[in-house]
Write a protein that binds this ligand. Structure first.
Ligand code: PRE
Length: 96
């Protein structure tokens, strides 16, 4: 089984209370989303460095073969919506 860094469900004082369960689980989602945004920002920074170095050495901003690898990876892990997610990440990282 794949290991996970997701925090375990937060025990609530009233586990049968749907509102309490939803609020606690939403807090976990909010925490995950904050981490995802921070990771995307890290990715953007690294990608920007690669692009700058490539352009400064006479290359182009975009590297299509590498983008295909990334799209295939997300697609095989998460299906067609994963491919869309990779497209969005690439858009964020190369600025268009
Ligand atoms: O890996 C590279 O060569 C990059 O420039 C990084 C990156 C990316 O964000 O993953 C960005 C632009 C390229 O078109 C391909 C990939």
């Amino acid at each position: 089984m794949r290991s996970s860094t997701v925090t375990p469900p937060t025990p609530t004082t009233a586990p049968d209370d749907p509102e309490a369960v939803i609020a606690a689980e939403r807090a976990r989602i909010d925490a995950l989303d904050a981490r995802i945004v921070a990771l995307v920002r890290d990715r953007m920074e690294i990608s920007e460095t690669i692009q700058r170095v490539r352009i400064e050495s006479g290359g182009r901003r975009v590297h299509l073969a590498r983008e295909m690898e990334i799209l295939d990876h997300y697609s095989s892990e998460l299906g067609s919506a994963g491919r869309d997610l990779a497209m969005t990440l690439l858009r964020l990282c190369r600025g268009h």
